[in-house]
Design a protein around this ligand. Structure first.
Ligand code: ZN
Length: 299
């Protein structure tokens, strides 16, 4: 933990699978908390080595040959834009298996790594950084990428293990985070609201195709416990996303709805409070609800 952080600093740890996930899931929330004086640390499980290049302008040999370095540089830029600190957990991207049947995961990847090893590394981070609040993905990974599911698994286990003196005793003094949240960003109600506001403004509905195929997917709106108002930070979120140039096409549909319309349609980022050791009334609008009082009392 950096020395300038006093005991009563509010600290948020956001655990993500790949560089770019932090900019697409809860980024405006992080930007807001940073600017309110909260210490925000992103822990990135893998280096994103197997991410496909999703921006045609970046499909160049010099990028492909140096993808690991390029993605580190992109992450550094996004980190600066968001104002967060960022650590790597040091695992290797599993890639998104595609095809029928699905190919096996590549040897040595995060998805095949020893679960205890991932938990151990994250427990060490938690004990060093002492966050009161953590975020991760839900048990389905938010979307079915093996690294996202693994990210959930190690985060949920490390949340408990970090406070347990009998777990990984060689990894530092126990520290029990107080709240664990899942990012619930990509849900039907939000996509519908974005499409509706686009149509009302005379634009093409950007998410029409996704919505048409949504039936078989669970609707996550019912899981939301916490809506963090962060519309003033959507522009920073978009800058951070665009910094991941190999992964994000700036002409793509994530940017199809102008920000003023997005602010009108859905001005929050949404979360599910999965675990809590403090009391807070629902619905919440603050990840630190029930925690601020405690942290101030410690000062
Ligand atoms: Zn990812």
């Amino acid at each position: 933990m950096p020395e300038e952080l006093s005991a009563n600093t509010l600290r948020l740890m956001c655990v993500h699978a790949h560089p770019d996930d932090e900019s697409s899931k809860g980024a405006a929330t992080m930007a807001k908390y940073v600017r309110e004086g909260v210490d925000v640390l992103v822990v990135t499980c893998t280096g994103g080595e197997r991410g496909s290049i999703l921006n045609p302008a970046m499909e160049r040999p010099d990028v492909l040959d140096n993808i690991t370095d390029v993605r580190r540089q992109e992450m550094e830029r996004a980190r600066e834009i968001l104002g967060v600190r960022q650590h790597w957990l040091g695992f290797v991207d599993s890639g998104l298996p595609e095809g029928d049947p699905l190919p096996p995961l590549p040897e040595g990847c995060f998805g095949l790594s020893d679960l205890d090893e991932g938990v151990r590394r994250l427990v060490r981070e938690i004990r060093e950084q002492r966050p009161q609040v953590m975020t991760t993905y839900d048990e389905r990974g938010g979307y079915p990428h093996p690294d996202h599911i693994r990210c959930h698994e190690i985060s949920a286990r490390a949340f408990d293990a970090a406070g347990d003196p009998d777990a990984f005793p060689e990894e530092g003094e126990p520290w029990q985070p107080l709240k664990l949240y899942y990012n619930i960003g990509f849900h039907k109600a939000r996509m519908q609201a974005m499409d509706a506001v686009a149509v009302a403004a005379g634009l093409e509905p950007p998410y029409k195709e996704w919505l048409a195929k949504w039936e078989d997917k669970p609707e996550d709106r019912d899981r939301i416990t916490t809506k963090v108002p962060c519309a003033d930070y959507f522009a920073i979120r978009d800058q951070a996303l665009v910094a991941h140039a190999t992964q994000v096409d700036p002409t793509g549909r994530w940017f199809a709805v102008p920000l003023d319309l997005q602010r009108e349609a859905w001005p929050t980022e949404d979360f599910q409070l999965a675990r809590s050791l403090v009391d807070s009334s629902r619905p919440e609008d603050d990840l630190f609800a029930g925690v601020r009082e405690d942290a101030q009392a410690q000062a």
